[in-house]
Design a protein around this ligand. Structure first.
Ligand code: PRP
Length: 205
């Protein structure tokens, strides 16, 4: 039996489709918004857990789940001890630096750049590597509000279609990294359950 954690939210539908294509009955998982269940049996081989992205990584890193499907954004932010097995090629978006359209954000030597983000580690790493001194302000919800309210000069966030930025008068200044959904595994599970995890990845890829 392999336990796999799937990330709730944007990438869940695509992840469920992979199991559906492989012939599993996924009706109950698809109905999770109504039935509120979090753990599902798929035949006798797989147990599916629905969790928030960071918890998918935590559960997989701690061996509570053998595998997980999660965005590269969360993997970059958490830098946890999990093995990335494959790029699943959906949930494609990018990490970008964005600010109010037309505003000059970089190059003010008299002021430390203030960056709003849900991804402090990614933002800190990017600006450190770019040699730009910055203060990070952790935002939990709509990061786009930070520059609009004057809480930050710019944001580091996920951009998919770009419509949230456009709707709020923001624009991309720099691209940081491309993101997509990844299949991950617990390193010990990978050694002990090699054949079963291979069977899972054959289903998903
Ligand atoms: C993400 C991100 C942006 C938006 C970008 O938030 O934080 O707000 O998507 O997508 P777009 O470029 O297609 O407009 P999400 O909708 O995932 O919600 P969240 O704030 O709950 O993370």
């Amino acid at each position: 039996m392999i336990t796999i954690a799937l990330t709730k939210g944007r990438i869940l539908d695509e992840a469920i489709k992979l199991f559906e294509k492989a012939g599993f009955d996924v009706a109950e998982i698809k109905d999770n918004a109504k039935n509120r269940k979090l753990i599902f049996e798929l035949g006798t081989s797989f147990r599916v857990i629905l969790a928030k992205s960071a918890d998918v990584v935590t559960f997989t890193a701690r061996g509570a789940c053998d595998c997980g499907i999660v965005g590269k954004d969360t993997l970059l932010e958490m830098n946890a001890n999990v093995t990335e097995l494959a790029d699943l090629n959906f949930g494609k978006c990018r990490f970008a630096v964005a600010a109010k359209a037309g505003e000059t954000v970089f190059g003010n030597k008299n002021k430390t750049l203030c960056v709003g983000t849900k991804y402090p580690h990614v933002a800190r790493t990017y600006f450190n590597e770019s040699g730009i001194d910055c203060e990070i302000v952790k935002i939990e919800g709509s990061v786009e509000l930070a520059p609009l309210l004057g809480v930050a000069d710019c944001i580091v966030d996920i951009v998919e279609s770009g419509s949230t930025l456009r709707a709020n008068g923001l624009e991309v200044l720099r691209e940081i990294a491309f993101i997509s959904a990844r299949l991950i595994a617990n390193p010990a599970s990978l050694k002990i359950k090699t054949a079963d995890i291979k069977a899972l990845s054959d289903i998903l890829l």
